[in-house]
Design a protein around this ligand. Structure first.
Ligand code: AP5
Length: 213
């Protein structure tokens, strides 16, 4: 599959991508995960991105577009991909369109996870993430706790709260989403590529995605 997952922070894009990972070999590409890795490793990209991320602002389009151009050239994308957190602005969507036509690929569908603000706030304040940069498994103290408190089920590393999960940064991320990312809903709707789901259960969301393909 070649899909984009759209939705506010905390909508469940990462959770749903993980559930779909074994479906057909499509690779899960989360720009947030790539950037957090870069920050942890202190690469030039990570050094530039850190201050934007900690505030809950978007990283500049030019950095993201270059990063994704490189990522899309990797051979694992040939089987398909699930974009989680990309594109996030109209210029990113336009750049993606050009990039895909250059390499002769087409998107199947854009899925909009249509989740209310209260649910999102609740999920984000209770989310925990594996601190191991190559794992980054997602948990939730309410709905999906690790088997052993504070320890990742998959790799045994500590499970932590992300540095952009302060209340101030969460509210800024939601505002950034409304101003800069939500316009993509209309953008892809007008291209006839959008399917929305308001399902709260991740299993239901997965069913809706598979039905849309
Ligand atoms: P990013 O990591 O992409 O953050 P985000 O979009 O804010 O999305 P999240 O990861 O917060 O949420 P999610 O929808 O994946 O939800 P999750 O599955 O974890 O980006 C971080 C930062 O990087 C940005 O702020 C920006 O600075 C930068 N960035 C990234 N991409 C960029 C781009 N393209 N351009 C510019 N800057 C960029 O679920 C949330 C919680 O809810 C979890 O605890 C989970 O267990 C729980 N949950 C999920 N589904 C359910 C369910 N059905 N029922 C109950 N609980 C659930």
């Amino acid at each position: 599959m070649r899909i984009i997952l759209l939705g506010p922070p905390g909508a469940g894009k990462g959770t749903v991508s993980n559930l779909l990972k074994n479906h057909d070999g499509s690779v899960h590409i989360s720009t947030g995960d790539i950037l957090r890795n870069a920050v942890k490793e202190g690469t030039p990209l990570g050094q530039k991105a850190k201050e934007y991320m900690d505030r809950g602002d978007l990283v500049p389009d030019s950095l993201i577009i270059d990063m994704m151009e490189e990522r899309l050239k990797e051979p694992d994308c040939q089987k398909g991909f699930m974009f989680d957190g990309f594109p996030r602005t109209i210029p990113q969507a336009e750049a993606l369109g050009e990039l895909l036509s250059k390499i002769g690929m087409k998107l199947d569908v854009v899925i909009n996870l249509d989740i209310g603000k209260d649910v999102v706030l609740d999920r984000l304040t209770t989310r925990r993430t594996c601190s191991n940069a190559s794992c980054q498994a997602i948990y939730n103290v309410k709905s999906m706790p690790p088997k052993q408190e504070g320890i990742c089920d998959k790799c045994g590393s500590p499970v932590i709260q992300r540095s952009d999960e302060t209340e101030e940064a969460i509210l800024n991320r939601l505002e950034t989403y409304n101003n800069q990312t939500a316009p993509l809903i209309d953008y892809y709707d007008q291209k006839g590529m959008l399917k929305s789901t308001a399902a709260l259960s991740s299993d239901e969301v997965v069913k809706d995605i598979l039905a849309a393909l």
